[in-house]
Design a protein around this ligand. Structure first.
Ligand code: SAH
Length: 240
């Protein structure tokens, strides 16, 4: 009976493994479809995200169960929309405000190994996940801190990033004091860019933008990644 059960396990494994391999290849293809030129290390790091988040998510819930099935689309690729628009230069210092389990900071830190990312969240256990993932991936360019953004003192950044944290007005109120006055020319993505807030938001943003009194530059992510998930998803960039 035991033997029969074991051989059934093996059969099941043999049956499942190619599918697991296939899924992993498909997940990575979703990333490499849009961005070329990754090193083997970066590809390995992207690939390991699934196993790391699956594992950590069972201990500390940072990604909804439903979203875990499409981790690479809804979290990794969505985070990387920022790298499709901004080319951060080596040495740039970036704050991920309300990073949760590490989005958009972790995928971007893999993408830009020469850029420094500081990931903060007001919930300590989420920072624990960020630290564990970044240590497992040996990301030398990531630091993580359990704090509210409003409490960060004596530190300034070239850019503040944020996904799904707070209304634009509030994000700008928290970010503005944390931004440098100007970008060092060697860290400027282009000659016109200034330190600013880059946030990822979805849905109808008209009221939120109007209430903020700001005039963000807006990029429609669906035009960059035509997967249905990115319909009505926008990247907003505000600078002073
Ligand atoms: N950016 C992540 C998490 C979004 S959930 C993602 O897209 O997956 C919003 C997170 O912002 C929560 O984890 C919450 O704790 C954090 N947060 C909200 N206000 C904050 C503040 N003022 N400072 C730091 N973190 C904040």
């Amino acid at each position: 009976m035991v033997v029969a059960a074991r051989s059934l396990d093996v059969l099941l494994l043999l049956h499942l493994c190619p599918r697991i391999m296939e899924k992993s290849a498909q997940d990575l293809e979703l990333i490499t479809r849009y961005f070329g030129e990754f090193t083997t290390e970066q590809l390995n790091q992207f690939q390991r995200l699934e196993e790391l988040y699956t594992d950590w998510n069972q201990k500390i819930n940072v990604i909804s169960r439903k979203d875990m099935e499409s981790l690479y689309e809804k979290h990794v690729l969505h985070s990387l929309s920022i790298s499709a628009v901004f080319e951060f230069k080596p040495g740039t210092e970036i704050l991920d405000l309300g990073t949760g389990g590490g989005f958009p900071g972790i995928p971007l830190a893999i993408f830009f190994p020469q850029v420094k990312f500081h990931l903060v969240d007001s919930i300590g256990k989420k920072i624990k996940v960020v630290q564990a993932v970044s240590e497992a991936l040996e990301l030398k360019n990531v630091t993580a801190q359990h704090t509210r953004a409003e409490e960060i003192k004596n530190r300034k950044f070239d850019f503040v990033l944020s996904r799904a944290v707070a209304p634009l007005a509030e994000l700008w109120k928290w970010s503005k004091p944390l931004l440098k006055k100007s970008l060092a020319s060697e860290t400027a993505p282009d000659s016109q860019s200034k330190p600013g807030l880059i946030c990822l938001k979805g849905g109808d943003l008209a009221a939120e933008i109007s209430e903020s009194g700001l005039r963000p530059r807006m990029v429609d992510i669906f035009e960059i990644f035509p997967e249905p998930y990115f319909q009505e998803k926008y990247l907003l960039y505000v600078n002073s």
